[in-house]
Design a protein around this ligand. Sequence first.
Ligand code: ADP
Ligand code: MG
Length: 711
Amino acid sequence: MGAFQLAQGASASKTAAQADKRSGPQKAMDKLGLIRDIDLALHLPLRYEDETRLTLLRDARDGQTVQIEGVVRDNRVEMRGRRQLIVRLDDGTGEVLLRFLNFYGSQQKSWAPGVRLRVRGDLRHGFFGREMVHPTVRIVKEDTPLATALTPIYPTSAGLPQAYLRKAVEAGLARASLEEILPASLVPAGWPTLREALHFLHHPSPEVSVTVLEDHSHPAWQRLKFEELLAQQLSQMQARRERAHLKAPALQARRGGLHEKLLAVLPFELTAAQRRVCDEIALDLAKPQPMHRLLQGDVGSGKTVVAAIAAAVAMDAGWQCALMAPTEILAEQHFRKLVAWLEPLGVKVAWLTGSLKAKTKKEQLALVASGEAQLVVGTHAVIQDQVEFARLGLALIDEQHRFGVAQRLQLRRKLESSELEPHLLMMSATPIPRTLAMTYLADLEVSTIDELPPGRTPIVTKVFADTRRPEVIEKIRDEVAKGRQVYWVCPLIDETEESDQALEEKAGRVSNKRPPLDLSNVTQTHQELSEALQGFGVGLLHGRLPAAEKAEVMGQFASGALSVLVATTVIEVGVDVPNASLMVIEHAERFGLSQLHQLRGRVGRGAVASVCVLLYASPLSETGKSRLKAMAETNDGFEIARRDLEIRGPGEFMGARQSGAALLRFADLAEDQAMIGRARAVAEKLLRDHPRVAEKQVARWLGQKSEYLKA
Ligand code: ADP
Ligand code: MG
């Protein structure tokens, strides 16, 4: 991080002094992360406008965006439906009407007959002849020169006018130090230098095709993408190297140890894939460096038991384990399962969530601090500051992609705080496409369970318009009459926010100030189903219920006392009730692909054939249609993740959007796969032969973002 401080030092003090009197546009620039000169220089145009040439009206076609120059013949304010200013412009080869629905009196005055104007806009055929509505207008003289480069249009935000931003970028570009950091031998031949590339992309000459610029295939773009990917690879590799210097307890699996006892009491045999990943994990645990491993496997592939076996190895070696889940419902389910498996074997399990009563919490904290509890299960509360472990040896994070960046950073700090760092195993049912694994997660080992436990029947997915709701309710009646169970999921716009709030609440804040949430959808559906299915238990579950009530409802559904569970996405991840065979998702068009896949994964966990019904409200958008189609076509989580990445892009996919840290800005994971490999190879060389260069590259490109990338 030293290099980063160096790079920022000079401008940082200036920024602090000016902090109180920053103007609106400057604040907006801060928000966009445009702080250092280099940030401005790297803020590239979204697109360009060609103001380098004039088109004669004689040659211009309707529908074209053109720049023309002519003399005002007359102007007048007219009422055509509403008040508007109409200026007649003559360029010597033809005439065009400029129409302004919003205008100032001063504009009418200055655009007087005889004045020469240069205007740019879309030409179209209007009621009274050719016209342009709201063109950009400049008053010029006969010899005012044309622009010599394409005009950049920058990504901006409210309160930051294009002209202001353009000036700031111009100044940043002029001041930024853009010397070549990379040895020329490592840059592919034929590419411009970084300075050339940036100057070119901010002011491309008009001969270049705008398409080549806008589709990012120009060598200047290639250079930038390469630089960015290189910085990203370097920061990941550095993190990996740093980790190699850390010390962790070496946890050796003992013959006849606790994990073998656990295997003996399980009601099933591990699959070959489960055995393989258990071995991979055991090898890591036995090393004196902290494990940093992701365990991925499709929904229902049996990750929990693998985590339990890893925990057993650690506890057997005399160390504590912590298992953290993103929702209270899931944490509770893990708690119950682990208590059932492990307490008979003499393991004491503690339970920590934010909703515990102060007294209980104190007791649980004491169990953890004394080391009496070998295993702690809970939500985010497990890594709160007041939690002190006697000897934490292994941290297990379930559904890790559901934790926000802030929580991941907090977890990292928690793990770093002890002298011997604990091992870390993260689990996710949202498999990571290869390109992502090579970029953001280059600092992570990955184990994959690529096989489902035997005896599962594939889920059949059906897509219905919600007009077929009565038919679906009939189907539910059939299922429950056969003793099966059914989930009915309703979307709740704010539910994710709710779960974040729940996490905050666990950080010690009180919960009674939450905004009201629109629960009418779930509650109405609950009522409707209760009436339609008399004689069967229909439960209601959503994030706003008190924790105890949530646990009770979930418990009743798990035990079979309830036949139907009407729920929001609180059941999205992890919930495991094998007797459930029908899942209905209402307003399926409102959910993302991965989310639908996760929800669908709540069924198909037993031997009975399961069905997932996706109900949608018409009309369905194109992306909505393709999402639901994808769901009906495949049950493969990897395929779903691939399509989801296409639709949403990596930022959202990684769950990092709350951080405001843009991930890759220039490179595109889908398009630039070959470039990732190349950047990786160069990164390895740099770290080996030119460590100072590597450090400079990371500082220039990532600044404070490199922290987020490690989270
Ligand atoms: P996920 O990978 O989605 O977290 P779980 O760990 O919840 O999956 O496991 C899904 C279900 O499969 C659970 O009921 C679990 O007990 C069961 N299960 C796990 N492994 C096996 C196995 N090898 N054979 C049979 N059932 C298994
Ligand atoms: Mg799970």
